[in-house]
Structure formats: structure tokens, C-alpha cells
Design a protein around this ligand. Sequence first.
Ligand SMILES: [Mg+2]
Ligand SMILES: [Zn+2]
Length: 190
Amino acid sequence: MSRPAVFLDRDGTVIEERGYLDRLDLLALFPWTTDALRLLNRAGFVTVVVTNQSAIGRGMIDEPFLHSVHAALDARLAQGGARIDRYYHCPHLPQATVDRFRQVCRCRKPGPGMIEQACRDLDLDPSRSVMVGDRWLDVACGQAAGTRAVLVRTGHGAHEAQTAPASARADAILNNLMEAVGWILRNSSR
Ligand SMILES: [Mg+2]
Ligand SMILES: [Zn+2]
């Protein structure tokens, strides 16, 4: 496993937190999102979204809709010359109402399954990679997978940052994704 990556939580980190994003018109990038991703692209990081989507297990949205959200996000990023290289989502939930998604899985964050799968699929080195998210479960997910981890104060982050759980420790707590990218670029050898 060789390449460095930045693993990105989606809701509250790359785009505005909307509770359950179940309409395309709810998709809103932060003002800095495209610039932040383009910096990572140009610096040679593989960019990978890892997102819990229990709305699928709850039957609120389906996977074709999720893919349409990601296609719309890709189109917005492309206008600014930025890209997300791959998306992983966890549709599962132990109490899911949709039978095939009702399970205790390894991919639901804070589980490391999505990052582990991405490392296998894309030849990524977790020890040279960073997870960025707005919740402690994102930080814990990164640590479980062997990456460094940054908590951002957008989305749930302002609230989350007030209480640090014993189970997770962030390498940095920063205001938003752009600050996180600055930290990553300063603290990585490539
Ligand atoms: Mg989030
Ligand atoms: Zn899962």
C-alpha cells in the first residue's frame, strides 16, 4: 500500500449538514470546499469520501438517489477544477427497517471498514493518510484504520469539540476543511 489519501466525512465536512439529505436542492458546498479539494488533488492526495448513510437502511433514500447526490457534488467540484476520487458509504444499521441493510457491520463509522476497503481498492497507505470529519466517530474511525485524524468545527463539530471522549483523540481541531487542508499540507511528507 503506497499512496497517501485524505478521507473525508461528507455531511458537515465537505457539504452542509442537513440532517438527512433527501432532496438534491439541499446539497450545499461550503464556500471553501472546491478550493480545499483542488489543493489536495494538486498535492497528490487521493480524495475519498467515507459517509454513514443510515437513511438508506431506514428507507428514507435509496442508493440511486445517493449516487445522484454524489454526481451533483462532482459536477459542482468540476466547475472549479476539483474532484473527489471515490465515494464509500455505509447503508447499514442494526435497527434498519430495510431487511438487507439490517446488520452490525464493520463499515459504519467509527468502524474502520470503509477506509480499509478504500486502501485495498486504491492502494493507499493509511499511515500517510488523514481522516477529516466533524464528529468524534470520524476521528475514531481514522484512528482505528491507522490514519491521523482532524476534527473540524463545521456541521456538528462546534458542539463535538466541546467534549472530547476518552475513545478518540484528534491530531488537530480546526475551524473547517480549508484549515484542515492547510494542516495536512504542512504536516505531510509526500
Ligand atoms: Mg459529518
Ligand atoms: Zn456498514
